[in-house]
Write a protein that binds this ligand. Structure first.
Ligand SMILES: C[S@@+](CC[C@H](N)C(=O)[O-])C[C@H]1O[C@@H](n2cnc3c(N)ncnc32)[C@H](O)[C@@H]1O
Ligand code: SF4
Length: 472
């Protein structure tokens, strides 16, 4: 198949040939996305994308720059195109130096494949005008040396799966020790020591987006300093910090998080309790910090309630608990029943609104009145020094961004220690168009100027107000 220079519309058969090749690469790419370099199934994402682009162009028979441009425009606009099709089209734009197009295409792919490190790398390189990733040499993240986080399905990560989307093992099939020092765990630790942070998300990890990673030279923790100096990848000491996010059960169904109510059935609750007895309680016996939960709700999950109730049986009084919750089920009676007095360090309460109307939409299943009753109790716990930290959380989206200053005032009136705003991500509950509409941080969003104006409000400049996930 040959092309004349002035021909710019690819034939349907050429686009179909490219699409078939892309589909065959896509399954390998997705398989590789959960792996790290010591796994034979791992392919470095940029290499995988580049190879797929070359193979697709060869299959379509395009040779000239104009024909390649036209092919990738057609693939991008193809009916039923996947995020991977869009990613390859973005890579093509990046490789031709069309950074604005690369950014627009990659942003579209990312809205659908939110944890894809390959598309994130394209997006950020386009935003840097084509410059290579500088990495984070000389800086140190302690998460892979201190923390594990469980996820639904039993996979275990070093931190939030959106921030570092590589599992290091699975609770159902491996022992805690094998998971903690697995090949994937060692690969990830090596990527911290070499400064590449190649498995970490430049789009979602707040330490990378806000550039707050400490300098290695300034590390105050002697253990972390030693680990950094020796570039240790295999660790004797088990994790100090556990984040339990393996049960999605919750009393609410916030539209940003899920489309319907999720409550584990009795048999599943029993299975999770047995798993906690076998793997998690021995870890809790040695840890210093336990957080529940990023997946469902500690009070809305019978399993997490079981974990809380059983903490009193541990011979580890030093283990402190942080609860991340919608809060609405918490009452003084439940607090007592779960034996939480003296155990809880932080209460992080997601509220997403400063008005009853917005709250009812964004926190489906609860009322603002219920929330305020729970917040009043938690504020009392904090005032009486029965907990050390009380934070209010808010997922920023089109429907609520104008309430951000009033939300800070609400937190101040409750004498909270801090407020966290998190930019909304697509957890698969939005179509790409619905997500575009919700995501006011998008520069071409109709309300982006109004959003930027809200960010300049003095209330948001208070030192205890954090904004996560915003690319400034
Ligand atoms: C899934 S919840 C689990 C804990 C608890 N149920 C709660 O709501 O805080 C963990 C955090 O994720 C936030 N969240 C929910 N949907 C989100 C989305 N689409 N993007 C970013 N954060 C989201 C919640 O508001 C909460 O702060
Ligand atoms: S309360 Fe938390 S876990 Fe429950 S649906 Fe809302 S965001 Fe998800």
């Amino acid at each position: 198949m040959s092309h004349s220079i002035d021909r710019i519309e690819p034939a349907t058969s050429e686009v179909e040939a490219a699409a078939a090749v892309i589909r065959s690469h896509r399954s390998r790419y997705l398989e590789s996305a959960k792996r790290t370099e010591s796994d034979p199934r791992y392919v470095e994402p940029r290499r995988a994308i580049e190879t797929a682009v070359e193979d697709a162009e060869r299959a379509a028979g395009v040779e000239t720059p104009a024909a390649r441009d036209a092919l990738w425009s057609a693939v991008f606009d193809m009916k039923g195109a996947s995020a991977f099709d869009w990613t390859l089209a973005a890579f093509h734009s990046l490789s031709t130096g069309d950074y604005a197009m690369a950014e627009a295409r990659a942003a579209r792919a990312l809205a659908r494949a939110t944890n894809d490190l390959g598309v994130q790398a394209i997006l950020h390189q386009a935003r840097r005008g084509g410059a290579a990733d500088p990495g984070f040499g000389g800086r140190f993240c302690d998460a892979p040396f201190r923390t594990i986080e469980t996820a639904p399905g039993g996979d275990v990560y070093f931190c939030c799966p959106a921030w570092l989307p590589k599992p290091i093992g699975n609770l159902d099939t491996e022992s805690a020790g094998d998971i903690w020092n697995s090949d994937a765990a060692k690969d990830i630790r090596a990527s911290i020591h070499d400064g590449s942070y190649r498995y970490c998300s430049r789009s979602h990890c707040p330490k990378l987006t806000a550039d707050t990673l400490p300098e290695t030279a300034d590390l105050s923790n002697a253990k972390m300093r030693a680990i950094s100096r020796t570039e240790a990848t295999e660790l004797d000491a088990m994790p100090e910090r556990l984040v339990l996010s393996h049960d999605k059960s919750c009393n609410l169904s916030c539209p940003s998080c899920r489309s319907e109510l999720v409550i584990a059935r009795k048999a599943e609750q029993k299975r999770l309790n047995a798993l906690a007895d076998r793997v998690l309680f021995p870890l809790m016996g040695q840890a210093r910090r336990l957080r529940m939960t990023g997946s469902g709700d500690p009070f809305g999950s019978a399993h997490f309630q079981y974990v809380m109730r059983r903490l009193k049986d541990l011979d580890n009084p030093d283990l402190k608990v942080d609860l991340q919750t919608n809060g609405v089920l918490l009452t003084p009676a439940l607090w007592d029943r779960l034996g939480l007095e003296g155990r809880v360090e932080q209460m992080l309460v997601s509220s997403d609104a400063a008005t009853p109307e917005t709250y009812a939409i964004l926190r489906r299943g609860a009322t603002f009145e219920q929330l305020m009753r729970a917040l009043t109790f938690i504020a009392e716990l904090r005032r009486e020094n029965r907990i050390r930290n009380f934070r209010l959380d808010f997922v920023v989206q089109a429907l609520n961004f104008r309430e951000m200053p009033a939300f800070v005032e609400l937190a101040q009136s409750l004498r909270c220690d801090g407020v966290k705003f998190q930019m909304i991500r697509n957890w698969g509950t939005f179509t790409p168009a619905a997500f575009d509409a919700a995501n006011v941080a998008r520069r071409d969003h109709a309300e982006n100027d109004a959003f930027r104006a809200v960010l300049d409000h003095p209330a948001l400049k208070a030192p205890n107000v954090e904004i996560w996930g915003l690319q400034r």
